[in-house]
Write a protein that binds this ligand. Structure first.
Ligand code: C5P
Length: 672
C-alpha cells in the first residue's frame, strides 16, 4: 500500500495482463453481518480485507461474535439472534455499509432484549444522512438519540418497545442502504408474523437491493418483492431468523473491476487485453453493468462466468449520455473515461453521489477541471468535455477511495494526444485502503510507461557517506522503488568468497554476477533464498566488492540488472555511478560528500552499536583505500556527474538531508 502524502503516476501508454480483484465490499459487509447475527459458524472465503470490512469485523467482535482469520478464509460464529453484550460503543470509520445495518440490527435487538449502544465514525460519517432510517426505526418503537446533528450519526440506541402492527415505511430515494439495512435486520423480529416494508419515493440503486435479497436467500431468509414498492419478510416461526449456509464464497468487487475495464478500453490495443478475474457474467453485483456502459463507449468485453477480458474497440472512445442510477459507484469511472471521448459525455441521475464518501459531483468536477477538461454539473448530473490541453495536476481525493482509483486513469493522457504526456499526482493515495489496499500495485503490474518517463533519482557518493540511508528514505517518502547497487557488488563478492573465486578472475566473477538470484524484501536481502542482509555488510565482503567492482566485465553484467529496477512509479538508486553511467538522464542526481573522518566515525558508531568491535584508525585507512580504488579505477570511477547537485551531509541529520533533496525534487516537479 502507498502510505505516502502523494503518489506521482508518470504518463502511461499501454495496458496488458491479468488482475485478480479483491472481494466485493458490498457482499463482504452484508455477509459479515448476516454471519454475525445467525446461529452457528459460517466460513467466508475471499472476504475483502480493507478499512470498511475491518470496522465491521471489529464491531462484531465487540458484540461477542467469535472470529477466526485464516488467510483466505474467515470463520464467524454468530450470536444466533441473542445479544451477548448489552452495551458497547462502536467506531465504524466511514463505512456506510457497516453504519446503516448495524444501527438497524442493534436498535431492534436493544428494543426487544434491552441494551445501550453507541455508534460513531469519522467526521465525514457524521455528515452522511441516516435520518430516514432513524425515523423508520422510531416509528417501530426503537429509542434512538442523535448525539450530534439531527439526522446524522453519532447515534445512541437504548431500548424501546417494538410495535410491528404498522407496515414499515422507509424512503428509498436518498440511499438504498436504508432499505438494505431493514431487510438485513428485520428477520430478527419476524418470528411470529410477516413483516412488510413500504418504500416511499422512487427506489434508487436497485441493484444493491438485489444483492441484499440474494444474500438473504443464501442465509435462508425468504423475502417477497412486489415491484420495488413493497418487500415482505416471511415469518420464520421457531426456525431462527437466519440459517448459515456453512460456507460462502465472496465474489470479486465489481466496482473495483470498473477501473480495469476502463483500463482495457483505453489502453489495451494492438492485440493486447486486460483480463479481470473474480467477477463475470454470473455476478450478483449490479456494478457488473458497468461493462455494458463501457461497451457503449467503445470497449470490447468478453464475458465468462467469473472473469472478463477487455480490449480497446473504438478509439477515441465514444462520448455517451447515460442514466447512471443503476451503477452509481462505477459511474465515476465513466467520468474519467469521458476524458478520452470524442465529444461531451453526460452522466445523469447521480444525485446519490452527493451523500457518498464526499460530495462526488463537486469533487469530480473540480479535479477533472484541473486536468484541463471542461465540466458542468447540477444537483444530479455531470457533463464532461475532454481537455484540449492536458495539464499536470495535483488531484485531491477527499478521503474517497474511488476518486483516487478512477483519477489514476488520467495518466493515459499521451493516448489522448498530450505531447509531452503529463504525470498525475494523486494526493493521499492511502485512501484506496477503504476497498482496495493494493490498487496502485495492481495497476502498476499491468500498465506500461515509456522507460524515460519513469522518474529516477540517483544518489552517488563514497563508501559510508550515508547514501543508502538517504536513498531508502527518499524512496519511502515518494513511494518509489529502491536500488542499492552496492548490494549487487557485495552479493557478487559474497558469492565469490563462498565459491572460492578470486578477485583477479573477471570471467568467473562476471559469470557469478550474471546469475545472481538476489531479492529485496521488506528490509532484508535474500541471495539464493538465504537471508544475507548482515553478511553483505561484513568488512571482508565490502573490501572484496570494492576490488571486483573495477572489472569492466562484471560492471557490464550488472548493468542490465540495475536498469531493470526502473519500474513504475519511480526509482531511487544509490551507488558510485548511478548518475554518471547507469542512469545518465536521471531527473535528479545527488552527489553526497562527507569527509573521510566523518564517514569513519559514523561507520564506527554503527558497528559498535551492532556489537562488533572495530578500531577507528583501521576503518579510516580502509575507507581511504576504498575511495582511492573507486576514484582511480579505469571504468566508472567515482565522480560526480556534471549535472549532479552536491550535498555535503557532514553536519546534517538524516531528516535534514532528506528534506533538502525532497525540496530539490519539488523544484523539478511539473505540478503547479
Ligand atoms: O555502496 P557499497 O559500499 O555497498 O558498495 C560496495 C562496493 O561496490 C563499493 O566499494 C564500490 O567499489 C562498488 N560499487 C560500485 N558501483 C556502484 C555501487 C558499488 O563500484 N554503483
Amino acid at each position: 500500500m502507498f502510505d505516502t502524502p502523494f503518489l506521482d503516476i508518470p504518463p502511461l501508454i499501454a495496458a496488458e495482463g491479468c488482475v485478480r480483484l479483491p472481494g466485493s465490499k458490498s457482499i463482504s459487509n452484508r455477509v459479515l453481518l448476516l454471519a454475525g447475527l445467525c446461529e452457528g459458524t459460517t466460513t467466508l472465503h475471499g472476504l475483502l480485507d480493507s478499512d470498511d470490512t475491518r470496522v465491521m469485523l471489529d464491531a462484531l467482535r465487540a458484540l461477542g461474535c467469535a472470529i477466526e482469520n485464516g488467510g483466505a478464509s474467515t470463520r464467524v460464529t454468530g450470536l444466533g439472534g441473542r445479544l451477548a453484550v448489552h452495551s458497547a460503543s462502536l467506531f465504524l470509520g466511514n463505512a456506510g455499509t457497516a453504519m446503516r445495518p448495524l444501527t438497524t440490527a442493534l436498535a431492534l435487538l436493544a428494543a426487544t432484549q434491552g441494551g445501550d449502544f453507541e455508534l460513531r465514525g469519522v467526521a465525514r460519517m457524521h455528515e452522511r444522512p441516516i435520518g430516514d432510517l432513524v425515523d423508520a426505526l422510531r416509528a417501530l418503537g426503537c429509542t434512538i438519540d442523535e448525539l450530534g446533528q439531527p439526522g446524522y450519526p453519532p447515534l445512541r440506541l437504548r431500548g424501546g418497545r417494538l410495535d410491528l402492527d404498522q407496515p414499515i415505511r422507509v424512503r428509498g430515494d436518498v440511499s438504498s442502504q436504508f432499505l438494505t439495512a431493514l431487510l438485513l435486520a428485520l428477520p430478527l423480529v419476524a418470528a411470529e408474523r410477516d413483516i412488510a416494508i413500504d418504500v416511499a419515493g422512487e427506489l434508487i440503486s436497485k441493484p444493491y437491493v438485489e444483492i441484499t435479497l440474494k444474500l438473504l436467500a443464501r442465509f435462508g431468509v425468504v423475502v417477497r418483492r412486489d415491484g420495488w414498492q413493497r418487500f415482505t419478510i416471511a415469518a420464520h416461526g421457531d426456525d431462527g431468523a437466519y440459517r448459515s449456509p456453512g460456507e460462502l464464497h465472496v465474489e470479486g468487487d465489481a466496482s473495483s473491476a470498473s477501473y480495469f475495464i476502463a483500463l482495457g478500453a483505453i489502453a489495451a490495443a494492438d492485440g493486447h487485453s486486460v483480463r479481470i478475474e473474480g467477477v463475470g457474467s454470473e455476478s450478483i453485483q449490479g456494478d457488473i453493468a458497468f461493462a455494458d456502459a463501457a461497451e457503449q463507449m467503445g470497449a470490447r468485453v468478453t464475458r465468462s462466468a467469473n472473469a472478463l477480458e477487455v480490449r480497446r474497440g473504438a478509439w477515441p472512445l465514444r462520448a455517451i449520455r447515460l442514466d447512471c442510477n443503476h451503477i452509481p459507484d462505477a459511474a465515476m469511472t465513466l467520468a474519467v473515461m469521458a476524458l478520452f471521448a470524442d465529444g461531451t459525455s453526460r452522466l445523469a441521475n447521480i444525485a446519490s453521489w452527493r451523500v457518498k464518501e464526499t460530495d462526488r459531483i463537486a469533487a469530480m468536477a473540480a479535479e477533472l477541471r484541473k486536468l484541463g477538461a471542461v465540466v458542468t454539473f447540477g444537483a444530479d448530473f455531470i457533463e464532461i468535455t475532454p481537455p484540449v490541453q492536458w495539464r499536470a495536476a495535483e488531484v485531491r481525493t477527499y478521503d474517497d477511495h474511488r476518486m483516487a482509483m478512477c483519477m489514476a486513469l488520467a495518466a493515459f493522457n499521451p493516448l489522448a494526444g498530450a505531447r509531452p504526456g503529463v504525470p498525475v499526482r494523486i494526493l493521499d493515495p492511502r485512501c484506496v485502503a477503504k476497498t482496495f489496499p493494493d490498487y496502485f500495485e495492481t495497476l502498476f503490474d499491468v500498465v506500461r510507461a515509456e522507460p524515460e518517463d519513469i522518474p529516477v533519482i540517483t544518489v552517488d557518493g563514497p563508501s559510508a557517506s550515508g547514501k543508502g540511508t538517504l536513498a531508502a528514505a527518499l524512496a519511502a517518502a515518494l513511494g518509489f522503488h529502491y536500488l542499492d547497487s552496492g548490494a549487487l557488488y557485495r552479493a557478487t563478492a559474497l558469492a565469490a568468497l563462498s565459491a572460492g573465486v578470486g578477485d583477479n578472475d573477471p570471467a568467473a566473477l562476471a559469470r557469478l554476477g550474471g546469475k545472481l538470484d538476489l531479492r529485496f524484501e521488506a528490509g532484508s536481502t535474500l541471495l539464493a533464498g538465504a537471508n544475507v542482509t548482515e553478511a553483505l555488510r561484513r568488512e571482508d565482503v565490502g573490501a572484496m566488492a570494492s576490488k571486483i567492482a573495477a572489472w569492466p566485465e562484471l560492471r557490464d553484467t550488472l548493468r542490465a540488472l540495475q536498469l531493470s529496477f526502473r519500474r513504475l512509479p519511480g526509482l531511487v538508486a544509490d551507488g558510485r555511478d548511478m548518475g554518471s553511467v547507469i542512469f545518465p538522464a536521471a531527473r535528479l542526481k545527488v552527489f553526497l560528500t562527507a569527509s573521510a573522518e566523518e564517514r569513519a566515525l559514523r561507520r564506527h558508531k554503527q558497528l559498535i552499536s551492532k556489537g562488533f568491535s572495530a578500531r577507528l584508525e583501521d576503518l579510516l585507512a580502509d575507507l581511504r583505500a576504498r575511495d582511492a580504488r573507486d576514484t582511480n579505477r579505469a571504468v566508472a570511477p567515482l565522480v560526480a556527474a556534471t549535472d549532479a547537485l552536491l550535498l555535503d551531509n557532514s553536519g546534517l541529520t538524516i531528516e535534514a538531508s532528506v528534506d533538502r533533496v525532497l525540496a530539490w525534487w519539488k523544484e523539478r516537479s511539473p505540478f503547479a
